[in-house]
Write a protein that binds this ligand. Structure first.
Ligand SMILES: NC(=O)C1=CN([C@@H]2O[C@H](COP(=O)(O)OP(=O)(O)OC[C@H]3O[C@@H](n4cnc5c(N)ncnc54)[C@H](OP(=O)(O)O)[C@@H]3O)[C@@H](O)[C@H]2O)C=CC1
Ligand SMILES: CC(=O)N[C@@H](CCC(=O)OP(=O)(O)O)C(=O)O
Length: 389
């Protein structure tokens, strides 16, 4: 099929799954051009989107992804310190789009939107979402609504939860695992980046009782964009370049989120050793997970089970035996690559999982969720191929 045939055909298709099948026989870049032309012929968006925190890393990543979306159009964008500045001066790489100005949340007109991506710091988020009109669909990228138990929130976040009803209402948006719940949700708590990279491989294995619940060791590494765009001494180039360090040892706030998801999958309390590391790279995240297999189970069994579990999934790829997942191979995309290796210690396996923290670990998964909540195919606007190297 030639590029131009693909463009004309896929622009005529309404059903995103048909486009997906077509794309698999063509190239990703052509799909991008097609989606842009659909958008330009359709100036009134079907779904009007607000991005709260559009001047941050995850907010701007939402804006980048929505450039490729045929149904969603941005009609509201907020910022805090950068309110009043033209978006094109805050993020010149996104200058091609016709975007609204950056306003404060106080000045935002929520009658202009049908759905919200909330890309604000945790703590602030619960106060903001509590005050929003109740009919809005919301995907929240912060940690505020991920934990089901308000006391656990208080223990790990150091202050009482101030929107407990919303915390109860929120659905945890690990899309591949909780797709049906996400479809019917009004408020989705988008998972943290580390918990996404960890739960995607472990949840299916736990549900099938293929690994032991004890002795799980998780060593994770993140790019610096995971810490957001706000200026902090610890994130200066001089502090990050040519070195790495672990942080939050035994007390990182993603521990309860990881344990909550794994305990639900195992139907029994799971406790993990989790150590995150900051790496001298901009994007990307790797989790290396050491597990003990159930008696009689081999790494081939784990690999085969994950292959089967994710065989219909666009965004989770279980690599062929021996192929090492690399952050470069998912960069800028919504893909998660996973593989499993035998440990030298008998009975143990080593699982490696990689994502882009800003895409599958944040804005990409958020868009996947909002697509489902609004009744569209979940891959809509997300079929970017990774940016290698
Ligand atoms: N970065 C990542 O990889 C991931 C981040 N997350 C979570 O997503 C959320 C956003 O993260 P990220 O984009 O990295 O953060 P950034 O620091 O890059 O952006 C934060 C945004 O929130 C705005 N903001 C800050 N404080 C306030 C406030 N008090 N009132 C209103 N707006 C405010 C900022 O505006 P201004 O710049 O104008 O001051 C900016 O637009 C966080 O909760 C984060 O933990 C989740 C997964 C991964
Ligand atoms: C490198 C870095 O600093 N990463 C962040 C995690 C990013 C994330 O997922 O944060 P939320 O849970 O707030 O959404 C951290 O360790 O706190």
């Amino acid at each position: 099929m030639t590029s131009s045939t693909f463009s004309s055909l896929s622009c005529l298709l309404k059903d995103e799954s048909q486009i997906l099948k077509l794309r698999k026989r063509s190239v990703g870049n052509v799909f991008f051009k097609c989606s842009m032309s659909v958008k330009s012929q359709n100036p009134q968006p079907e779904v009007r989107i607000g991005v709260l925190g559009a001047s941050g890393y995850t907010g701007s990543e939402i804006v980048r992804l929505l450039a490729n979306h045929p149904h969603f159009g941005i009609t509201l964008m907020t910022a805090d310190r950068k309110a009043g500045q033209p978006f094109s001066s805050v993020f010149p790489h996104l200058f091609t789009q016709d975007l609204p100005e950056l306003v404060t949340i106080k000045d935002a007109d929520f009658s202009k939107v049908d759905a919200i991506f909330c890309c604000l710091p945790h703590g602030t988020t619960q106060e903001v979402i509590k005050a929003l009109p109740k009919e809005l669909k919301i995907v929240d990228l912060s940690a505020d609504f991920r934990l089901q138990d308000p006391f656990e929130y208080e223990e790990w976040y150091g202050q009482p939860h101030r929107a407990v009803d919303l915390q109860k209402e929120a659905v945890y948006g690990l899309t591949e695992i909780l797709r049906d719940e996400v479809k019917g949700a009004r408020l989705v708590a988008n998972p943290g980046c580390y918990p996404t990279s960890i739960q995607l491989p472990l949840v299916p294995l736990m549900k099938a009782n293929l690994i032991q619940l004890g002795g799980i060791i998780i060593d994770s590494k993140s790019g610096v964009s995971g810490a957001g765009r706000g200026a902090k001494e610890a994130n200066l180039y001089t502090e990050i370049a040519e070195g790495m360090y672990s942080y939050g040892i035994t007390r990182h706030r993603h521990v309860p989120e990881i344990e909550q998801g794994l305990s639900e999958a195992a139907k029994s309390k799971v406790t993990v050793s989790f150590t995150p590391h900051l790496m001298p790279m901009i994007r990307g995240m790797q989790s290396t997970i050491y597990v003990e297999m159930a008696p009689g189970i081999t790494t081939e069994d784990l690999h085969q089970h994950l292959k089967v579990s994710y065989k219909e999934e666009e965004f989770v790829r279980v690599l062929d035996k021996g192929v090492v997942p690399r952050t470069h191979n998912v960069r800028g995309s919504n893909y998660c690559h996973i593989n499993i290796f035998p440990d030298r210690i008998q009975g143990r396996a080593i699982i490696v999982s990689v994502i882009d923290n800003l895409v599958k670990g944040a804005s990409g998964q958020a868009l996947q969720n909002l697509n489902l909540m609004m009744g569209f195919h979940e891959t809509t606007g997300l079929l970017y191929q990774p940016l290698f190297p």
